[in-house]
Write a protein that binds this ligand. Structure first.
Ligand SMILES: Cc1cc2nc3c(=O)[nH]c(=O)nc-3n(C[C@H](O)[C@H](O)[C@H](O)COP(=O)(O)OP(=O)(O)OC[C@H]3O[C@@H](n4cnc5c(N)ncnc54)[C@H](O)[C@@H]3O)c2cc1C
Length: 388
């Protein structure tokens, strides 16, 4: 590569935006392209909020990565003054099997992150707005919190441009010549390295290499209204919360004037991120309302205010995909956030800059080689036990 390598990054979501920024900070000449714009409503990084947490059960690779990401989010958020990170803590509730909590607590301690193992009785005193029926173990992760999703994506691209990077809204075609970027209008762009960070669109761009290894699944998030004047469902009274067990649900304190956000983490049906309608029906709402009434009895009559249909871009084992294309070491593919990638953006950016500029290789867990021998089976256990 030249002394100032020219890199094109395609996709300005959580993965591509941070990658472009990190590459530029390491001295590369970077052009960032996106067909619709950072954090747009059909991207996986769109919408209002995402959870940042470092509890990952036995998957310490992700705990370490989340710890690094948290450090970088804090640093950038302070420098930029955007207020994209809100520390609320995370309340983890486990059903009969508490291995996820135990293994997470050990990993957090080893990473130097604070963690509290809370008895169910103490949890019921501390968070009286929650019913702990059926919960056998509770963990509190004080440094976890909420990230502003689309706002943070825009902030990253703004900073990238302010620091001298080139950003263009331009749809890129599936590569005809692998080492050349081809636009939809037939024009081309050459570079020393090309990074495809195209989220749920990666499978269509690389049908042979990625194809079904990244599946977009329909996911719905809901906002319910809290009673007037009632702050018990907002922080600091209620943190981010996640339940893992027979159901995997998660939610956010009602802070952003949008209401109490709640979602079912179960993978939905395959979804076309470009063209499928994002309509929410009572089939989506009713089961969530029933859960809400049981777990948060004070919200049993809460009105449904609004919702968003988004998509996970899920790999078969829920591990990220970060690798070069098998036919070119100049072409990188980064994606497969699998419902838990947003928080990792700054750490992925750093990792990608090191990888593209040849300073270090990504962890083999992210490699395409893990799919060798055919399409990997869907894992029963996801890296997060919950996405998010
Ligand atoms: C409902 C929901 C809840 C989630 N909750 C959490 C959470 O709490 N915590 C967490 O850490 N993660 C969470 N995630 C996961 C996380 O948001 C995603 O893994 C992450 O945002 C993926 O980012 P990305 O950059 O890979 O993809 P995207 O954000 O989809 O970005 C890809 C970009 O590439 C562009 N693009 C695609 N094709 C082309 C092309 N041909 N030419 C030009 N541009 C192109 C697109 O326009 C898009 O902007 C959640 C996801 C969803 C959907």
């Amino acid at each position: 590569m030249s002394s100032r390598p020219k890199v094109v990054v395609i996709g300005a979501g959580a993965f591509g935006g941070w990658t472009a920024l990190a590459l530029q900070r390491q001295g590369a000449d970077v052009t960032l392209l996106d067909g619709w714009g950072p954090g747009h409503g059909r991207s996986s990084s769109g919408g209002e909020t995402r959870i940042i947490r470092a509890s990952y059960g036995p998957r310490r690779l992700y705990t370490r990565m989340a710890a690094r990401a948290l450090y970088l989010w804090r640093q950038h958020d302070t420098d930029w003054g955007h207020g994209c990170l809100q520390t609320t803590g995370a309340l983890w509730m486990s059903g009969a099997d508490d291995r996820f909590g135990q293994e997470s607590a050990a990993a957090l301690r080893d990473e130097g992150l604070p963690v509290e193992v809370v008895s169910v009785g103490d949890a019921a005193d501390r968070w009286p707005q929650v019913s702990f029926t059926g919960i056998t173990s509770v963990l509190f992760e004080p440094e976890a919190g909420v990230l502003s999703a689309r706002r943070a994506c825009a902030a990253v691209v703004d900073r990238f441009v302010a620091d001298g990077g080139t950003y263009r809204m331009a749809p890129v075609a599936a590569p005809r010549q692998l080492e050349v970027v081809t636009f939809d209008d037939g024009t081309t762009l050459e570079a020393d390295a090309i990074v495809y960070a195209c989220g749920p669109w990666l499978g269509a761009l690389f049908p042979d290499v990625i194809g079904p290894r990244i599946t977009a699944t329909r996911q719905v998030v809901h906002y319910f209204g809290t009673p007037p004047g009632d702050t018990s469902f907002a922080s600091p009274h209620l943190p981010v919360w996640l339940e893992v067990g027979d159901v995997v649900m998660y939610g956010f304190p009602a802070d952003a004037q949008r209401g109490f956000k709640i979602a079912d983490d179960t993978s939905g049906r395959p979804f076309d991120p470009s063209s499928d309608p994002r309509v929410i029906t009572s089939d989506d709402i009713d089961p969530v309302r029933a859960y809400l009434a049981a777990r948060f009895p004070g919200l049993s009559n809460a009105p449904w205010i609004s919702g968003e249909v988004c998509q996970y871009e899920a790999s078969p084992d829920a591990d990220f995909i970060i690798d070069t294309h098998p036919e070119s070491s100049k072409v990188w593919i980064v994606g497969g956030g699998s419902g838990h990638g947003f928080k990792m953006g700054p750490a992925i950016g750093e990792l990608m800059a090191d990888a593209v500029l040849g300073d270090s290789a990504p962890d083999p867990a992210f490699s395409l080689h893990r799919f060798a021998g055919g399409h990997a089976a869907t894992a029963k256990w996801s890296p997060g036990a919950s996405s998010s």
